[in-house]
Design a protein around this ligand. Structure first.
Ligand SMILES: Nc1ncnc2c1ncn2[C@@H]1O[C@H](COP(=O)(O)OP(=O)(O)O)[C@@H](O)[C@H]1O
Ligand SMILES: [Mg+2]
Length: 234
């Protein structure tokens, strides 16, 4: 579905990604594992068209989208749930969802997608008129996911979706990712809870200092001694 070849990304003179190549198969859950500062957010932002000082190829279903602006990338069906959730705090839940439906690809299905989002997250339906800033952290994460779903994505990239959430709520967020995947949405997950993300993932990549150093199935990486000592504390 998405193939990245030799991706280099720069911040000024600093190179944040160096020759990154990876593949995201249709229907997969792909985990990206790495320490703070490894380049995980930079990778997601580059794929989303938000980090455009880059070299290399990013092809989505055969179309090279490297350098495309984010609104065009989104409109192909590539969605992102950004780190820190980024809901609009003074807008209501429903208004936040409306913003997610502004993509040309999703406008006509706004009502249908909103009903689906509310069915997935009944808490949001109960709070539809409430300012997003008054929601709990877990509810704001639901809203960030629901807003992304309003754009009818076929691929969603989740950046640290459980960060700052209580363990039970965090598990619920990862369960939601599994459920969306079973509905046919391809997922990329960057998750501080490495063990959970590897259990969920059909494929995983380890990113160190801007380079991919290891790849395998989620189960293979869970059993890998380097991953166990560096990321699982075992
Ligand atoms: N806006 C920026 N300007 C300069 N350097 C940045 C910027 N954002 C990130 N970096 C640097 O790029 C590297 C990768 O960062 P990031 O992608 O946020 O890593 P991760 O998400 O894995 O923690 C880090 O060295 C970070 O300091
Ligand atoms: Mg990050």
């Amino acid at each position: 579905m998405l193939a990245v070849e030799n991706l280099d990304v720069f911040y000024g003179d600093v190179q944040a990604l160096d020759g990154v190549s990876l593949e995201i198969a249709e229907g997969a859950i792909v985990a990206i594992v790495g320490a703070n500062g490894a380049g995980k957010t930079t990778l997601i932002r580059a794929l989303a068209g938000m980090q455009r000082r880059l070299r290399g190829r990013i092809s989505f279903r055969g179309v090279d989208i490297a350098g495309w602006p984010s609104h065009r990338v989104c409109n192909l069906g590539i969605g992102q749930v950004a780190e820190g959730r980024q809901v609009f705090p003074t807008l209501s839940v429903e208004e936040n969802l409306d913003i997610g439906a502004m993509l040309p690809r999703a406008r006509a299905d706004r009502a249908k997608n909103r009903d689906r989002a509310f069915a997935l997250f009944p808490r949001l339906a109960e709070r539809a008129g409430q300012p997003a800033g008054t929601l709990s952290g877990g509810e704001q994460q639901m809203l960030a996911i629901a807003r992304c779903l309003m754009g009818a994505p076929q691929l969603i990239m989740f950046d640290e979706p459980s960060l700052g959430l209580a363990p039970a709520i965090a598990r619920g967020v990862l369960d939601t990712i599994g459920a969306l995947n079973r509905e046919g949405i391809t997922c990329v997950v960057v998750e501080q809870n490495v063990a959970l993300s590897l259990k969920l993932a059909s494929r995983a990549y380890v990113l160190e200092n801007g380079r991919i150093t290891l790849t395998g199935s989620g189960a293979e990486l869970l059993a890998d001694d380097r991953v166990r000592s560096a990321y699982l504390g075992l």
